[in-house]
Design a binder for this molecule. Structure first.
Ligand code: RP5
Length: 167
């Protein structure tokens, strides 16, 4: 396993699947589990210990509301932890964002965007970490960037053609 993905609830699965989809496309090995810092703290700890013993190099933790999962994960391991704040609950994720991003000194959580983009970016950031020691993955990331560049160029070309047709 390269990456452990923890989700605070089954209700976070849509965003977790965004990360999983990226890993599937890039052939990165992961495990994804529902485990809550509040409801199942022992399970969180044992999943992290197991992931470390299986060689995982990054932990992704997605949670909403009083989102302590990523912080708890970061206190249990020295692996880099990436937090995805979930845009749920009455505050729409502002609570989760502040909880994740505002960790006390010494226990870092790299917090990515809220919601689905956060799922994608957590996976992309994890791969940048993995790619430091993996040339094949680094090449895949370069190809991914080229493909994004190509898509933007194509979109701009379509826009310019549409604007020209209006004149
Ligand atoms: C957090 O509370 C979870 O990560 C989830 O985003 C939120 C709501 O959880 P459920 O009540 O839907 O299980 O712990």
């Amino acid at each position: 396993m390269d990456v452990l993905i923890l989700l605070g609830s089954e209700s976070d699965l849509d965003v977790g699947n965004e990360a999983a989809k990226v890993f599937d496309e890039m052939n990165v090995r992961y495990e994804m589990h529902v485990a809550s810092a509040h409801r199942t703290p022992d399970k969180v700890k044992s999943l992290i210990l197991n992931a470390e013993s299986m060689g995982a190099q990054v932990v992704i933790a997605g949670a909403g509301m009083a989102a302590h999962l990523a912080g708890v994960a970061a206190s249990e391991t020295l692996l880099p932890v990436i937090g995805i704040p979930m845009a749920v609950g009455p505050l729409n994720g502002l609570d989760a964002l502040l909880a994740m991003v505002n960790m006390p000194g010494g226990v870092p959580v790299g917090t990515v965007s809220l919601g689905r983009a956060g799922g994608q970016n957590a996976a992309m950031l994890a791969m940048r970490i993995l790619a430091l020691g993996n040339e094949e993955l680094a090449d895949k990331l370069k190809a991914h960037r080229q493909s994004m560049t190509h898509k933007v160029e194509e979109a701009d070309k379509r826009l310019q053609e549409a604007l020209a047709a209006r004149r």
